[in-house]
Design a protein around this ligand. Structure first.
Ligand code: NZQ
Ligand code: ZN
Length: 394
């Protein structure tokens, strides 16, 4: 078995009315002056913010709220949040929303704990995070898995540069997860979330293979669960069981449980981040648009692994030829994304094919100007990344 460290300290409180315990748990983790961060309007419209504020008030906590986090959250908003947290002398950051809100909360927590360092310094890899205020979250969309993950993704809006950092300081203290809070999501937003959840395990599953049988089996069970319940949640956003399965899968898909320890270079995520950074597209869409092109480019490095995926996840039990099985699993996955209404190429993603210059720029940025390779299964240098973007550009 491959060596690994597994650290997943987030307390999960799962089920109906979980959010009503906000005051109690913030207090338990030492908060007294709470900065509540939320998104555009969904959490206000549903009355969730009022309920959370009430719970915090009843626990005797001081509260300041800042709303307006946009999907693909920006560095400029996070910087404003840092100033708010410092001015309010906040000792706890509570995120109410999805990945964008939670990642902003994580950035604010890091920035407020060390006011002398601009937060982008960490995202650029020029300094290591040494401290952060505690963060808790109330999840309203199953997708990014930020409620348990050690990562936070921001976009430098001045330079269209989307980057993530991983640090144990990013792990939230708790996540309150009530599947009913996701009932107000649009089917498309659920489909984007389902794609992202699947991708967090796919991006861990296709790594240079060593036998971690239990980890593989957990990953396969998680993916089968998402394939079963994802479409049900998309068809009926008020299906409690489907939303519950998806919500739990979202957290387990990105807390490293389904990884083999090689999760830091998510190839498809890296390809997708460039598309979101440049064109502002939804994270899940950026992934489904390139996954097929990526898979067809790399699968020959380990066709047996892709064939195992086809057998154990897609139950393609009758194919004996490894190459046919591998390609069958890839095709089934792309069809699955299409069945959810997700884009499976760049033309569907952006409404037009990209120019050669745009493709070049994406490959250049993704390889950090040709200075890094992405992925371990098949290390992808700038020319490889360009070929993948070009293959996706149908
Ligand atoms: O802003 P509001 O009005 O709340 O609307 C949001 C937003 O428009 C809406 N929404 C959320 N909950 C809702 C709701 N609408 C109705 N009812 C509800 N209950 O959904 C839209 C998307 O929200 P967002 O937070 O952007 O979604 P998601 O959770 O997919 O987060 C995406 C961000 O997370 C990053 C992505 O790159 C992207 O920036 N990721 C973060 C990761 C991490 N920190 O571990 C890992 C992921 O791979 C991902 O990169
Ligand atoms: Zn993701």
């Amino acid at each position: 078995m491959r060596d690994f460290t597994f650290y997943s300290p987030t307390e999960i409180i799962f089920g109906k009315n979980a959010e009503s315990r906000a005051g109690e748990v913030v207090k338990k983790y030492g908060g007294s002056r709470v900065l509540v961060i939320y998104g555009g309007q969904s959490a206000v419209k549903s009355g969730l913010i009022d309920r959370v504020e009430k719970s915090l008030g009843e626990a005797g906590l001081s509260v300041k709220k800042i709303g307006g986090v946009q999907p693909n959250p920006t560095l400029s908003f996070a910087r404003k949040g840092v100033l708010e947290a410092i001015t309010f002398q906040s000792d706890f950051i509570l995120a109410v929303g999805g990945g964008s809100v939670i990642d902003t909360a994580k950035a604010v927590a890091i920035g407020a704990a060390d006011p002398h360092t601009d937060i982008w310094t960490y995202w650029q890899g020029k300094a290591a995070v040494k401290r952060a205020l505690p963060v808790g979250c109330i999840l309203t969309i199953s997708a990014a898995g930020s409620e348990t993950s050690d990562s936070a993704v921001l976009t430098d809006d001045a330079h269209q540069d989307k980057r993530g950092i991983n640090t144990p300081f990013n792990r939230p203290r708790f996540a309150l997860m009530n599947p009913e809070l996701t009932f107000t999501l649009s089917p498309h937003q659920i489909a984007c979330g389902v794609t992202d959840i699947l991708m967090h395990t796919l991006d861990r599953y296709f790594t240079p293979m060593q036998s971690n049988e239990l980890t593989d089996a957990l990953a396969e069970a998680l993916m089968r669960t998402v394939l079963t319940y994802g479409p049900k949640a998309v068809q009926n956003p008020r299906d409690y069981q489907a939303q519950s399965e998806i919500m739990w899968a979202g957290s387990l898909s990105h807390n490293n449980l389904t990884g083999l320890g090689a999760e830091k270079e998510f190839a498809v995520h890296q390809l997708g981040h460039e598309l979101s950074g440049r064109f502002g597209v939804t994270h899940g869409e950026s992934l489904s648009a390139v996954w097929g092109a990526w898979a067809l480019y790399v699968y020959e490095k380990d066709p047996a692994r892709f064939a195992r995926y086809a057998t154990n996840v897609w139950r393609m039990n009758t194919i004996t030829d490894i190459d046919t099985a591998a390609r069958g699993g890839i095709e089934a996955t792309v069809r699955f994304f299409a069945s959810l209404g997700m884009p499976t190429n760049l033309r569907e993603l952006l409404g037009r094919p990209l120019t050669e210059q745009e493709l070049n720029e994406l490959a250049d940025k993704c390889s950090r100007g040709g200075k890094r390779t992405v992925s371990r299964l098949k290390p992808l240098a700038k020319p490889d990344l360009l070929r993948i973007y070009t293959a996706a550009n149908r």
